[in-house]
Design a protein around this ligand. Sequence first.
Ligand code: FMN
Length: 174
Amino acid sequence: MASEIKPTGVERHFDAAEMLVSKTDTKGRITYCNQLFRTIAGYGNKELLGKPHNCVRHPEMPRAVFKLLWGALEAKREIFAYVKNMSNNGDHYWVFAHVTPSFDADGDVVGYHSARRAPNREVLTKVIQPLYGNLLELEARQSNRKAGLQDSSNHLASILEEKRTTYDQFILTL
Ligand SMILES: Cc1cc2nc3c(=O)[nH]c(=O)nc-3n(C[C@H](O)[C@H](O)[C@H](O)COP(=O)(O)O)c2cc1C
């Protein structure tokens, strides 16, 4: 899906009162998408169910953000993140996502759940887009993917350290 599609640079929007919802199994394969998710992403239910969630990945999303996301989920924590996603024709849509594990009665993780709102546009343009641009550049500068990811993760960590804050505090107070 996403790997064969070329970004068009055209943005898709949804209303502040709307939410894009999806659920995955413990491997990150989609088990549920609501109607708005399907409409904005441009895929039918059959195309999405069972697919890895990177089917809507946009190439301009820094890998450091997904490292944080999976680090939180593996530690059984929720996480909030701004994410640029790609629709079926290469259009994109920005979301502010809440991603959380789902637990059974024993406290074991049985899957993951994400609800996404339309992002605050000012935060997006003033903070997130410049930050993600820097992270992406650091990731692209290294021919070794692992080294690039390390550089961008270190950069993000140093920004948080400078601000004497955590990622969670930073993202929730923007
Ligand atoms: C519940 C849940 C929701 C997710 N939502 C998205 C999403 O909207 N967009 C996205 O690119 N990745 C999302 N991911 C992360 C993907 O699984 C994947 O880590 C990411 O797209 C990076 O893919 P890559 O490892 O192929 O670079 C989600 C993961 C989970 C568990």
